[in-house]
Design a protein around this ligand. Sequence first.
Ligand SMILES: [Zn+2]
Length: 130
Amino acid sequence: MALSTQQARELQGLISQRRNTLITELRDDVRKTRAERFGEVAGEVPDTGDESVAALIADLDQAEWGRDIDELRSLEEASERIAGGDYGVCVDCGRDIGFERLRATPAAIRCIDCQTRHEKTFASPGSPSL
Ligand SMILES: [Zn+2]
């Protein structure tokens, strides 16, 4: 990976931040939806706090949250790629994605050229971008 340790750390920070925001939002949504669906009072559902992200994703694996789930999933994967050292490399062409693009879109798995091409090829909304 062509990123310096400091850059990788900065991007990891951005990913964690965004991930936590998303998880909080999604947990809220789940709670509200459960309340609506099962007549529970929102807030009575215990917040265990240790509910794994995988469980949360499974819970939310429905169209209404598809976009957020996709983002959360890609953030998880980005986080794993940073840990694994293969972060920041375009999955299509193998070139470096570039620090500036990663800073704007930390979960990016493609360079701008490939992303543009990908979006033209797979234009249907909601389809997984992986
Ligand atoms: Zn590329």
